[in-house]
Design a protein around this ligand. Sequence first.
Ligand code: AMO
Length: 426
Amino acid sequence: MERTYISKIKMKENRETLLKGWAEAIRDLGNLIFVVLRDCSGEVQLVAKKDSKCFDEVKNLRREDVIEIKGIPIKNEKAPNGIEVRIEELKVLNKAEPLPIEFSGKISTDLSKRLDYRFLDLRNKRNKKIFELKSKIIYFVRSFFNDREFVEVHTPKIVAQGAEGGSELFPILYYNKESYLTQSPQFYKQIMQAAGFEKVFEIGPTYRAEKSHTLRHLSEFWGIDSEFSFIESYEDVMRLLEDLICDILNNIKKNCSEIINYFGIEFPEYKKPFPRITLSDAFKLIDREGTDLSNEEEKLVGERIKKKFESDFIFITKYPFEVRPFYTMKNDKNKNLTDSFDLLFKGMEIVTGGQREHRLSILKEQANEKNISLESIKFYLDAFKYGMPPHGGFGFGIERFVMQLLNIKNIREAVLFPRDVERLMP
Ligand code: AMO
């Protein structure tokens, strides 16, 4: 007999059915035992009566035993999904030991403990839903770029140089040479412009040796990176990005709004074009001064913008060159500023992007300004010698997007097996 997934059980009403899964909860009423069976598609109530030939075996079940049962799904208004399955035969495929953590959601468990036993923690429906949503988002992103004929690329993750500044690099030994885990696909996605691909995107892991313990930083996160050629200005990059974000959100609304509803939160407010303000105006908005926004200041700006524009998204533009990487295009009218942006979502930076400097002599000057040795980035600079078009792009942190979308407080919850200053296992 072929196995039926629990989500399809209504189609098997009154017919013998084979189910497989975990015994999530067992309620023994003496003459009657209820078992909640869970598989990857859902849960269903099973019932065994005293006169059933497998009653004693059901009585011996422990939480999270892996079982298969044969039984008859019968309509029952009182059962959680209006259906329950009378157990005819039970086979225990593997017994479970007493559980080290509580993951039913009835009692809260400390996040660090939950992460130690992540495979158990992910049996919780809410926690699993975060990853169902993440998977859908990636699917929507791929469709978006494919529809626009962007090529998905896979750039090296073991690299000789960091693109975003040296301090956050993870050194590794590559045979007998020092190398690093990639900090961003920046150099390579730009080199792909010299390769004439014109429109590329990548969905891949990124590594940062973040020193501090925060709720929004991981040592390993996934980025959606894009880069494309022949842009007129960084406005083109912001437009593509807001199209992408609106497309993702429209798709979520259409295809998986129940996940958002499950978290009991409101859908974000978004409409194109997203409001744009310069960094200096952002500081004016919150009556402060500075060259870059702190986490707290981003939050304040997010709140003010939400009131003013009814948008959960805001582009902050024209960051000073001193806080941007050397490859960023300087603003034509004010060389202290750059044609770059951050996108804030509910008061947190989720994307950085902008136009890149494509003229080799200026690029070299900018590297010098940041004290970067030209020899160390020769492979990158070479790509600017033989026909490099004007170009730009962005890097979009997937975990940050998911965390803001679902109002998750700690970014670690948006990663299966997070890596941070303290955590390397599981
Ligand atoms: P940036 O360094 O701002 O830009 O990174 C881009 C986006 O990646 C996410 N992010 C992180 N997420 C979790 N943990 C971290 N430690 C972490 N660091 C960054 C954020 C951020 O907005 N090369 C440029 C992008 C570009 O210009 O194309 C870059 O890497 O969401």
